[in-house]
Design a protein around this ligand. Structure first.
Ligand code: ARG
Length: 566
């Protein structure tokens, strides 16, 4: 239940000329609880009513139905509302316990479709840290949007097309038959392909014919040559298989893996449209779209050698997605370095006259640094994502072994804690901020970490096991006691937090909410004996159960698991 709604409704009856939303917006939360739980200022009515605010307040209070409140009183120009905490609290607990799975849901989306393009790694290369961030941020946003009733279409837009595959094929043709390469392709296919690619690029300086060979292979591929197609398909399969291992560890599932190659087959339409609208200009043998009027660099649509580009494929992709999914929003979770690029994409669609150009949103994010160092694939300091996740699981396993040596499913829990820790660390700050990743800080049971939240919930579950009740339908929930109010009131704010996260595409709101809830529960636990064998014990256990449900729900929105014991 939304406590603010109770205040809004009481005021609405007394102020029939105002819109409900207008009233709701004006309601404040006083800093000092002596001024009530909510306060309604009357200044803004002074002009239209031609009266002093103090006067308005004292007249207004006469018209307010005070049932359900402890107290409603005038304080100068304000009306202060004191909630009946026992009743409000019982309502909050009841709505959580009755339907824990759906608690916090709302209907911002009305089931409208949203496509979300995330992860989107480039094949035949190891997945980079940027792609890991995209995967985690994208998945959390998708889950949050589902909670507010959007229908999500998850798309892994694989980078599986482009001249680099021509080079890779040329390299494979030259060196692929050696025993070393053949073994490598079996054991570590992606890195073996990467090595071939690096080798041909380095040696091409001395052997310009390698570059020509690469170009020929790509041309063959574009023209549907069987052998080229077969090689390309094979590169894609072994890459995807590898990516799937990371997705499985993270519990991420996509609806589509249509990548650049898929869109490469659909490029006539956007090119023709650009031509028809007179937007394509020749420039030094290439064809471009001028975006000067938007203060943006021109778009390179067709290169001087006749091949198309990343953006041409993205234009085709955008047209396809709109037609296929009829989306209300089309999100692209991609690093901040592509900010200008996505502005160009939006403006190009606008220039083409598509009124849905503004449904395209770039959900950008900052870099992830490993122990203070920037990570990049090009410079060779490649960090394997699987290694990062596995190291984190190992560290979690060690800590669990110390804390809880008898834990039965320790291995599974270590995975949930280790991987959850990495995800939580990535999501807890606003996505645009850079993230510094230091394993020892990430997998910690204290501080602002995922394991801290998981541990608070495991503690709640342990109390519940000892308490022995799981069905609270006959418990008088008004009996929790005043000491629980802050915690309960915070439980009541979960739905609002989820909405805020959804509107701003910002998982950190949910992560911060989960941290705060864990902290408040730990404080409550420190000051109140939950298992005290008195008549109020069932109500306190009900509260404990509600906290456990909401912590689990918030973690699930972030794609972090919640073990019952750890
Ligand atoms: N593969 C690209 C990269 O690694 C990201 C693709 C993002 N999605 C898109 N539709 N452009 O940079």
């Amino acid at each position: 239940m939304d406590e603010k709604l109770q205040v809004t409704n009481a005021l609405a009856v007394a102020l029939p000329d105002l819109e409900l939303n207008e009233i709701k917006e004006k309601i404040e939360r006083p800093k000092d609880s002596n001024n009530g739980d909510y306060a309604f200022p009357t200044f803004f009515l002074a002009k239209s009513l031609h009266k002093a605010p103090q006067m308005i307040a004292s007249e207004l209070i006469e018209k307010i139905d005070q049932t359900g409140f402890d107290k409603v009183m005038v304080a100068g120009p304000y009306i202060n509302f004191f909630l009946n905490k026992a009743n409000v609290g019982a309502e909050v607990l009841k709505s959580i316990l009755n339907d824990p799975e759906h608690y916090g849901e709302s209907d911002l989306g009305h089931k409208a479709n949203i496509t979300i393009d995330y992860s989107s790694p480039n094949i035949a290369k190891p997945m980079g840290m940027g792609h890991l961030r995209s995967t985690m941020i994208g998945e959390a946003i998708a889950r949050i949007l589902e909670k507010v009733n959007y229908n999500l279409i998850r798309i892994d837009y694989l980078g599986d097309w482009g001249t680099q595959f021509g080079k890779m094929m040329a390299a494979y043709e030259m060196w692929g038959n050696s025993q070393e390469v053949q073994d490598g392709l079996k054991n570590d296919p992606i890195n073996t392909l990467l090595q071939l690619y690096v080798r041909i690029n380095t040696e091409a300086d001395e052997h310009p014919e390698y570059t020509d060979a690469g170009r020929e292979w790509f041309a063959k591929l574009e023209h549907g040559d069987k052998e080229a197609w077969h090689l390309w398909h094979w590169f894609r399969e072994i890459s995807l298989e590898r990516f799937q291992r990371v997705y499985k560890m993270l519990d991420v599932k996509f609806d589509s893996f249509n990548g650049e190659a898929f869109s490469a087959q659909k490029m006539e339409e956007p090119i023709q449209l650009l031509r028809d609208k007179g937007l394509l200009k020749k420039s030094r043998g290439a064809e471009i779209v001028d975006l000067d009027q938007f203060n943006l660099p021109p778009l390179l649509i067709i290169k001087s050698n006749g091949t198309t580009t990343y953006i041409t494929r993205d234009l085709a992709t955008a047209l396809f997605r709109k037609r296929m999914y009829g989306h209300a929003k089309s999100l692209y979770v991609v690093g901040a370095e592509q900010e200008v690029y996505f502005k160009q994409l939006r403006m190009a669609l606008k220039e083409l006259g598509f009124n849905w150009w503004d449904q395209i949103e770039h959900i950008s994010f900052g870099l992830m640094n490993l122990n203070g160092k920037k990570m990049s694939t090009r410079k060779g300091n490649v960090v394997s994502l699987e290694d990062v996740l596995n190291d984190s699981v190992d560290l979690a396993r060690k800590q669990i072994a110390e804390k809880n040596p008898d834990l039965k499913n320790a291995d599974e829990v270590a995975k949930q804690v280790g991987i959850g820790a990495v995800i939580f660390h990535d999501l807890k700050n606003y996505r645009q901020n850079a993230v510094n990743f230091k394993l020892e800080d990430v997998v910690k049971f204290e501080g602002e970490t995922g394991p801290y939240v998981q541990y608070a919930r495991a503690r709640a579950e342990s109390i519940l096991r000892k308490g022995g009740i799981r069905d609270f339908s006959n418990v008088d929930l008004t009996q929790v006691g005043d000491g629980a109010w802050e915690l309960i009131s915070f439980l009541g704010q979960y739905g609002e937090a989820v909405k805020r996260a959804a509107l701003n595409y910002d998982p950190s709101v949910v992560a911060k909410y989960a941290l705060e809830l864990a902290k408040k529960f730990n404080q409550y636990y420190a000051h109140n004996r939950i298992l005290n064998d008195d008549p109020q014990q069932p109500a306190r256990l009900a509260l404990t159960q509600a906290v456990s449900h909401v912590l689990k729900s918030a973690l699930a929105l972030l794609d972090v698991k919640a073990p019952d014991e750890m």
